[in-house]
Design a protein around this ligand. Structure first.
Ligand SMILES: [Zn+2]
Length: 253
């Protein structure tokens, strides 16, 4: 069944080649590492993917994604790269590749002392001593809330605390007040989005797998996840119209 689904996506990508309208995809990574974990993409595969997008797409920072959502037209298809959880292998395995291809990225950081219990992995997280290494012009830091719990299950006051306190702590630790927020485990609702907006963020990102449209609600921006289960052919397909057809088909089935 899994193989059938994977083949369907790659087949659809063939037909998507005839759809020429520019398209914007925000990609979501977690870890870049050779250690076996579903959410880790190997450094070799990551480099192959980054080389591919650098050669064929405009690779843009999230500020420009917001401009497109507000109506700025795309001249050609574009991609934006984000990382959730803030694993330390971002510095060792991802950043050198991003530098090589001049690809900007946003890292949504979790804090060791507050988020560890809910992350479900013991992988090392970015820490205070990494602040200087992270002050690179290609890197933007965002908030991934305080405790990595599903925000939809919390009270409005708790969500406010998650959004406001994480913003303050990140600023204290890494020296910049984050403008972007990513919902832990993709969990959000209109009330959660409202609390995040009131905490002062410019936009918030979900895990709803589709391309970004003009007129998109800025506190529910979709992202397509890339992980260890995805072949290179599927990776390429996910950046095309085939991904929309594929996810629509999955919802229908
Ligand atoms: Zn996360």
């Amino acid at each position: 069944m899994k193989l059938l689904r994977k083949t369907a996506l790659v087949l659809l990508a063939f037909f998507a080649r005839f759809q020429r309208a520019p398209r914007l995809t925000v990609m979501l990574y977690h870890s870049v590492s050779d250690e076996p974990w579903q959410y880790a993409v190997s450094p070799v595969e990551f480099e192959r993917q980054m080389k591919y997008i650098a050669e064929r797409y405009d690779v843009i920072p999230l500020e420009q994604v917001l401009k497109h959502m507000g109506g700025a037209p795309l001249t050609r298809s574009a991609v934006s790269v984000t990382f959730d959880d803030g694993y330390r292998d971002f510095l060792t395995n991802a950043l050198p590749v991003l530098k090589k291809f001049s690809i900007p990225a946003t890292v949504f950081v979790s804090l060791e002392e507050t988020a560890r219990r809910e992350l479900g992995t013991e992988r090392e997280l970015l820490r205070r001593d990494d602040a200087i290494a992270l002050q690179h012009s290609l890197v933007t830091l965002g908030s991934h809330a305080l405790t990595h719990r599903k925000l939809r299950r919390l009270s409005v006051d708790e969500v406010r605390e998650e959004a406001i306190r994480s913003r303050e702590l990140l600023c204290e630790r890494f020296g910049a007040l984050p403008s972007f927020f990513a919902y832990p485990k993709g969990s959000h609702s209109p009330a959660v989005a409202q609390a995040v907006k009131e905490a002062g963020y410019d936009a918030a990102f979900t895990t709803e797998p589709r391309a970004v449209q003009v007129g998109e609600e800025p506190y529910m921006v979709p992202r397509i996840q890339i992980d260890a289960t995805i072949s290179f052919a599927e990776f390429k397909a996910r950046l095309t119209r085939a991904a929309d057809w594929y996810y629509a088909m999955r919802r229908y089935l």
